[in-house]
Design a protein around this ligand. Structure first.
Ligand code: ATP
Ligand code: MG
Length: 256
């Protein structure tokens, strides 16, 4: 009986869309000095997907990720995150949504120099408001666990000035995951890592994808990640070309 009902119900519903960009353009600067970094980008990312954006230096990867991560706004077009039209939100509302649901790995790590590696990872949880003693203990344990999984158990009390590029990049990755965000946006997150560390990072990403349904948008020039991602999209001079899977998806067109 149950089986009959299942058959009648048809295929399982597709994962809900988490990110929907339609007709997005980005221009940095004004007038003759301005640079058109992105042209007419349509992109849809479902909950739990891992999408790699590949492209050479200057192709617009950071410009695109900053818009998806709500650190920057599009010059034109619509940006919908978790069904909210963020391109129309106030700066404060966007910052609140970002803190609630996005983890971001900056291309240049952006660690706070006066905080230890462990404190840097804790920071997104601390910024959400005052934690009681039990919540603080759990947060500290979670940050320590992430650092251990990324091979940084002995560097937890080190300040960023004592960390090399690989260690700094892994601290930035741990920080992006500490809130168990629905979406992680990571700008070339493995650019400074050796093969062993790439494996640790991609295993940790896969674990979050599986356990928390986290979606990932990664920019990369690193072939070592490609076997682990759901889709690879090519960005060339600010224009995005999809894989066949992307071509089958119809990006939502929204009038703004
Ligand atoms: N704040 C800015 N002001 C002016 N131009 C900018 C700014 N940010 C980026 N650009 C320009 O926009 C284009 C895309 O830059 P972007 O940093 O997005 O590319 P990228 O693919 O991330 O490059 P890289 O691989 O070097 O990190 C480049 O021509 C860059 O010079
Ligand atoms: Mg970049």
């Amino acid at each position: 009986m149950d089986m009959m009902q299942n058959l009648k119900a048809g295929p399982p519903p597709a994962a809900p869309e988490l990110v929907q960009l339609a007709g997005v353009h980005k221009r940095h600067g004004q007038g003759l000095a301005g640079v058109q970094a992105l042209h007419d980008i349509d992109l849809t990312v479902a909950q739990g997907e891992m999408v790699a954006i590949c492209g050479p230096c200057g192709s617009g990867k950071t410009s695109l990720l900053n818009i998806i991560g709500m650190l920057d706004t599009a010059s034109e077009g619509s940006v919908i995150i978790a069904r909210l039209l963020v391109s129309k939100m106030s700066d404060q509302a966007r910052a609140d949504l970002r803190s609630e649901m996005i983890g971001f790995v900056f291309q240049s790590y952006s660690l706070i120099p006066v905080m230890t590696a462990h404190e840097n990872v804790l920071l997104p949880l601390m910024l959400r408001g005052r934690l009681d003693e039990a919540a603080l203990e759990e947060a500290e344990q979670r940050a320590a666990d992430l650092l251990s999984r990324l091979g940084l158990a002995t560097q937890m009390r080190h300040y960023p000035g004592r960390l090399d590029a690989s260690q700094s990049q892994r601290v930035a990755i741990a920080r992006s995951l500490v809130t168990h965000p629905r979406l992680v946006v990571a700008d070339e997150p493995t650019s400074r890592l050796d093969n062993g560390c790439v494996r640790l990072v991609m295993d940790l990403f896969a674990r979050h994808q599986y356990e928390h349904g986290t979606a990932f948008v990664l920019s990369t020039r690193d072939q070592r990640q490609f076997s682990r991602v759901t889709r690879t999209l090519q960005l060339t001079e600010g224009r995005l070309a999809g894989t066949p899977l992307e071509a089958r998806r119809r990006p939502l067109r929204v009038q703004v």
